[in-house]
Design a protein around this ligand. Structure first.
Ligand code: AVJ
Length: 324
């Protein structure tokens, strides 16, 4: 039931993930240095992210969960019954069941690039919803994905929680929204819907605290990238020479995470030499924040018309329903 076909991770003769190496080497040769945030999520990174979601300072997960819990009747009414829920990402243990309970779908299709995460969450959901057909698809959802045969004729609801869209620069976010339209069959028959989580602009101090918590869990999450590079790519980056930094970039409306050198350093990765001056940074993540208008504009640019938005009672986070 959870057979998902061939693995998408391309390893070389030594078992090194080729895409990881290519992204890291390219990113370290850039000025400013930058490595895509998707590489945070190895086993330890995923565990640390799970801990982040439980921190006092990290409000997005709690705020979004709160919206999903309290608005279930409204979702059910607007979305109707019998849809296939297509989740972009393999599903969280908390949010996905809330949506599935609310709208009672005809099928659930998690899409993820990691077969391992996919299988884990598919098994957990099948136990919770024994009558719900679950069709996991191992795929890169940044491109159009063909859905399994049985799902084709059903009306679709795309689900993209967590403000993961915020990790993309606007160009990439628009490309993804357009790929989602295509995956959900926007130009064939019944118009699909999309339910998407988008974090909101708020006080700078609250935003920075969410990405630089007092227990240092987010710092450990950021530093884990260095550990992963050193382990998987034979790196010699001195971890004690890099510090975690989270800063609000007001012009671009995003929290940025960086690793800042606290002294001049030289190191190698996969046999290539690099150096950093004291104060130089490696940019590791963007987390864009939205206003109601900027959220609408982004969705419209991606081919989606907003229908309704919900916020939690402290107005920290939004969930938007849109139609293709
Ligand atoms: C849930 C993946 C969007 O940007 O808030 C949390 C990742 N990074 N703390 C976010 C994250 C640092 C998170 N995403």
């Amino acid at each position: 039931k959870t057979d998902t076909g061939i693995a998408l991770v391309d390893l070389d003769e030594e078992g090194v993930d080729r895409a990881f190496r290519a992204d890291v080497l390219k990113g370290l040769n850039q000025l400013p240095k930058a490595i895509p945030a998707r590489w945070f999520y190895d086993q330890e990174g995923s565990r640390l992210f799970e801990r982040i979601t439980q921190l006092d300072e990290y409000y997005p997960t709690r705020a979004e969960t709160d919206i999903l819990k309290t608005r279930s009747n409204e979702f059910a009414q607007l979305v109707g019954q019998g849809r296939a829920v297509v989740e972009f990402g393999s599903g969280s243990s908390v949010k996905t069941p809330l949506l599935l309970e609310a709208i009672d779908p005809a099928a659930y299709v998690p899409l993820d690039i990691s077969g391992d995460f996919l299988r884990e969450s598919a098994v957990a959901l099948s136990q919770k919803f024994p009558d719900l057909p679950v069709h996991p698809v191992e795929a890169d959802f940044m491109r159009r994905v063909s859905l399994p045969d049985g799902v084709g004729p059903l009306k679709k609801l795309g689900f993209f929680p967590g403000s993961t869209i915020g990790n993309m620069v606007p160009r990439t976010a628009v490309d993804l929204l357009r790929s989602m339209r295509a995956t959900l069959g926007a130009d064939e028959g019944e118009s699909p819907l999309l339910l998407i989580g988008m974090d909101l602009v708020k006080e700078q101090q609250k935003l920075e605290a969410a990405y630089d918590d007092s227990d240092g869990v987010t710092a450990a999450f950021n530093m884990n990238l260095v550990t992963r590079i050193n382990r998987e790519l034979s790196g010699t980056i001195p971890a004690d020479a890099l510090d975690h930094r989270a800063v609000w970039n007001d012009d671009l409306a995003r929290v940025e995470m960086h690793l800042v050198a606290n002294r001049d350093i030289d190191f190698t990765v996969s046999g290539e030499s690099f150096s950093m001056r004291s104060g130089e940074t490696i940019h590791t993540e963007n987390s864009h924040k939205f206003t109601p208008r900027s959220a609408n504009l982004l969705l419209l640019a991606g081919g989606w018309t907003p229908i309704k938005r919900w916020v939690d009672e402290d107005e920290r986070f939004s969930v938007v329903l849109a139609r293709a």
